[in-house]
Design a protein around this ligand. Structure first.
Ligand code: GTQ
Length: 348
């Protein structure tokens, strides 16, 4: 009973071909590929060397201005996701260059952006009527649909890493974008305003949360680094992460951005982490020291400003010969909200 039909492959294949023009597909013919027992991604592990990316940006600066380009950015495109402008299945990564005297004109879009500053002695970005100066290691947020423009009044190039949720917005078909029509938006707040209001473990009485993004505009590296340094003496080392802190939204203790989770971690000289995997593909950025990330046995050595991408559910082992600091971002907030996020801590 129930086990009679056992047509030959040719009969079945003929059927699949017949129904295809009717926009029908037999689930049983594709099921194993779409409901996999474990994450299976075309995204691959890869490293970009900062000096090489920087050299290409400098080359680009000789034939296009930041204004002409709107944003002079080289996208770090995952070799397994060619032609998609993605660094992982869900996230985007680029490196942006603003030369002395240049502006990247004001625009806004549905995509949220993070900036992680790689090289700056005085560049700036403005968001929501407030300007912030950029310094190496600062983590700066551009919430979705906020006007933003960038500039560089210093005499040296300014470079930073852009992390955006472009693929998520694309997947949801929810993209809107517009230009302000001005190089710079009008400023309505003094510099440091958001940090004073929201970045001191205090909040203005009566302030109500109206957006899902942290009201802290710039998380200065100096402060984040100091937190790690103060904790290092306390033996709070996690065998899988070293000393890893996440950037939070002070209004609710959640991630600083609704779609992108960001962290800063310290690994002390000689530390080797235990094998770890999680469902959030992660972009790591070298900040201080150097080390290697072994991804499913393949080793990627990194130095400051290099970028390493780890796909979903690949086994990660960090190893550092000297004190090292890494910034990282992933789509973990999205997966957590959907009840999808998982991790596996190896060698327990
Ligand atoms: O700086 O506004 O890398 O709109 C990609 C899209 C940067 C930006 C990117 C953008 C920006």
């Amino acid at each position: 009973m129930g086990s009679q039909p056992s047509a030959d492959t040719a009969t079945r294949d003929a059927f699949y071909q017949e129904i295809e023009p009717e926009n029908l597909r037999a689930l049983w013919s594709v099921m194993a590929g779409i409901i996999t027992p474990e994450p299976k991604s075309p995204c691959v592990a890869f490293k970009w060397t900062y000096e090489a990316v920087r050299a290409r940006l400098m080359e680009a600066a000789e034939f296009i201005t930041a204004k002409e380009a709107e944003r002079r950015v080289l996208i770090l495109e995952n070799p397994g996701l060619k032609g998609t402008s993605k660094v992982t299945t869900s996230l985007y990564c680029g490196v942006q260059l603003v030369m002395p005297g240049e502006v990247a004109p004001a625009h806004r879009h549905s995509q949220s952006a993070l900036r992680f500053v790689l090289e700056a002695k005085g560049g700036h970005t403005a968001v929501g009527g407030e300007k912030t100066e950029m310094h190496f290691g600062d983590f700066i947020i551009t919430p979705n649909w906020e006007w933003h423009d960038h500039g560089n009044t210093s005499d040296t190039p300014v470079l930073w890493l852009d992390g955006l949720d472009i693929p998520i917005v694309q997947f949801l078909d929810a993209s809107f974008a517009e230009a302000l029509g001005e190089d710079e938006q009008p400023l309505s707040k003094p510099e440091g305003d958001s940090l004073a209001r929201f970045g001191t473990n205090m909040l203005p009485v009566g302030f109500e949360k109206t957006t899902p993004t942290s009201p802290v505009f710039n998380y200065p590296y100096e402060r984040s680094r100091e937190a790690l340094e103060s904790l290092r003496a306390r033996d709070d080392w996690d065998p899988w992460h070293g000393l890893k802190m996440r950037y939070v939204n002070p209004l609710d203790g959640g991630w600083a951005m609704p779609t992108i989770g960001t962290c800063l971690q310290l690994l002390p000289k000689g530390f080797v982490t235990r094998p770890y995997r999680s469902t959030d593909a992660t972009v790591f950025v070298g900040v201080e020291g150097c080390g290697s990330i072994r991804i499913d046995g393949e080793s990627f050595t990194w130095a400051p400003r290099d970028v390493v991408v780890v796909p979903s559910w690949r086994e990660v082992v960090h190893e550092v010969a000297e004190d090292a600091v890494l910034f990282s971002y992933s789509d973990r907030p999205v997966q957590e909200k959907l009840g999808l996020w998982r991790e596996r801590r190896g060698n327990q």
